[in-house]
Design a protein around this ligand. Structure first.
Ligand code: HEM
Length: 548
């Protein structure tokens, strides 16, 4: 695999490019050829019509006006955005580009430092942690997590049953967030936040949301004004970070005292992610993660492992509730594939191909991690017309890539899961679907998220009729991720075939549908013959040289 590392970036004359935010002027010598919105305000930039709370949705509007490569400037920070299918395919070429840790990702560094998500490509702990943790996302590991995922889903359904009985609407994003946080905390670290039993969020969750919101605010407040405008928030953020660290240290200490994970669920019974971090040495070098790095990884997984999946589930439920025919088709599949089994076995989840397409399509229209950044690993030219110096970077606006009519057709704004029929996927060019990022730094938790979300959607479709509030119009909130805002559902317990499958009903001896698990639908699927682990290709990445 191509070298994707980046040591200290340098400009054309070999001079070091300063660390910290690199404005586009520093790396794009012909920046003037890239369009920007009219009416630039001196010093402030492209602020007319821009909303502090909706930078991503604002960028969608600008993208539609200015085309596949454009730039925006705010308070001296100039950013190039790219969303055209051809240009994104180039940015996905790992011999020319790599992940860029900037903007919101870099703002998480004070809390997550060189954890997997926020590590710079050259930091040795990225490769070490990646190699140690990737088997924790293999197919066999997933099989181990399945019973715990079911257990957490039971907690959600108890809560929803109570809501249904009381005639109350349920808060979809709120409950999905509880579910996904519990799932990663329990499967990864044997930690139970008790989210469904609490009326208020666990303090850890409040602190985590606090640090995420702070990171988001730092994106839009110019650094010189930070001490003035964010003084109180900076203090609160320090307290939140300290609380996160203390809690995680307790989890680690408890595990060290008590031996393996209480609910040890990892691959082949070797424990969960925490066991893996504490006990596994790198297979080639024998190196181990340090205590401080383990702390960073736990915080990373708790953050990266829940908000995005929670949003994906919420959008999928929104579209299901809005499209009765699609819902009926998805439910018919669940009833047929799961039959009278009280709860699905691991293998029965991947057989929900249509439900999975509903998820794929939801993540197309609203990729909950809506953008990711790529930087040039050498001097290059984007699209044959935009020269970039090594270290120059662009933000890939997945949200618009996924709506590019050139790749997705004139009806790209419509919700249609059939776009992910295998033949339709094969007919599309590569690199037009990137909800999980790209290359060596793509999402390590992809299969985890898809298994969890497909399982939960299947369970909910089987148990409830979903009724959206008639007056609700989709509003999308932006934190570091996207989430439907104020979205509630009214529920009724089904009386059809699924729920009638009572808890005492036996699991059928033969499954109703015995075809092998479907090939992943997206263009970022693993190459054939590499099993289900999304990162099996990446696992063989040669170790990078540590920069001098
Ligand atoms: C629908 C759910 C999810 C979405 C849409 C998503 C999206 C992404 C994206 C776009 C990236 C790349 C970011 C970049 O290039 O800067 C990423 C990386 C990552 N994700 Fe996810 N993610 C999801 C679920 C999860 C889950 C469940 C976990 C953990 C259990 C997880 C852990 C991570 C980690 C650790 C990275 C960093 C990988 C690396 O750089 O080596 N994600 N994710």
């Amino acid at each position: 695999m191509a070298e994707t590392g980046q040591s200290q970036s340098t400009g054309p004359g070999g001079e070091a490019i300063p660390k910290g935010f690199r404005s586009a002027e520093q790396g794009w010598p012909e920046l003037h050829r890239i369009p920007h919105p009219p009416y630039r305000v001196p010093l402030l930039g492209d602020v007319l019509g821009a909303g502090v709370r909706t930078p991503v949705q604002d960028s969608m509007r600008v993208a539609r006006r200015l085309g596949p490569v454009f730039r925006r400037k705010g308070f001296g920070k100039e950013i190039v955005f790219v969303w055209g299918a051809e240009q994104v395919a180039e940015l996905s070429d790992e011999s020319r580009f790599a992940k860029h840790v900037g903007l919101g990702v870099a703002n998480l560094r004070p809390v997550a430092r060189d954890g997997l998500f926020t590590a710079y490509n050259h930091e040795p702990n990225w490769q070490l942690a990646h190699d140690v943790l990737a088997p924790g996302f293999s197919r066999s590991a997933m099989q181990g997590y399945h019973p715990l995922m079911l257990d957490v889903a039971r907690g959600l359904m108890e809560r929803w049953d109570a809501g249904e009985a009381a005639g109350d609407p349920v808060d979809v994003p709120g409950d999905m967030t509880k579910l996904t946080l519990e799932t990663i905390a329990r499967t990864g670290f044997g930690y139970d936040f008790g989210s469904f039993e609490r009326s208020r969020p666990h303090p850890f969750v409040t602190a985590m949301v606090g640090t995420l919101s702070f990171a988001q605010r730092r994106n839009v407040v110019p650094p010189p004004l930070t001490p003035l405008l964010l003084r109180g928030a900076t203090k609160r953020n320090a307290a939140d970070t300290a609380y996160l660290n203390r809690t995680v240290d307790e989890v680690i200490a408890r595990r060290r005292e008590g031996g393996g994970g209480d609910e040890g669920a990892g691959a082949g019974g070797t424990g969960d992610l925490l066991d893996r971090m504490l006990e596994t040495a790198h297979p080639e070098t024998g190196e181990r993660l340090t205590s401080d790095n383990i702390r960073r990884q736990i915080i990373t997984f708790l953050i990266a492992g829940h908000e995005t999946t929670s949003g994906a589930l919420s959008f999928a439920l929104y579209y299901l509730a809005r499209n009765p025919q699609i819902l009926a088709r998805a439910r018919e599949e669940v009833d047929r594939v799961w039959g009278a089994a009280p709860e699905p076995a691991y293998e029965q989840v991947a057989k929900l191909r249509y439900v999975r397409r509903v998820l794929d399509e939801s993540l197309r229209l609203w990729p909950t991690a809506p953008a990711f950044a790529r930087e040039a690993v050498r001097d290059t030219t984007l699209g044959g017309e935009h020269p970039m110096r090594r270290g120059a970077w662009a933000l890939v606006l997945g949200l618009m890539l996924h709506r590019d009519p050139a790749a997705w057709g004139q009806d790209a704004e419509e919700f249609d899961p059939d776009r992910f029929e295998p033949a339709a996927v094969r007919a599309r060019p590569a690199h037009v679907y990137k909800p999980f990022g790209t290359g060596a730094r793509a999402c390590i938790g992809r299969q985890f998220a898809l298994h969890e979300a497909t399982l939960v959607l299947g369970l909910l479709l089987r148990r409830y009729d979903l009724h959206a509030e008639p007056g609700y119009r989709l509003r999308v909130a932006e934190r570091l991720t996207l989430m439907p805002e104020g979205f509630t559902l009214r529920l009724t317990r089904r009386s059809g075939p699924g729920p009638a499958a009572s808890a005492s009903a036996p699991t059928p001896a033969s499954e109703p549908e015995s075809a092998p698990a479907p090939a992943p639908a997206s263009d970022d699927a693993e190459p054939p013959g590499q099993g289900q682990c999304p990162h099996s290709a990446v696992l063989t990445t040669p170790r990078r040289a540590t920069p001098s």
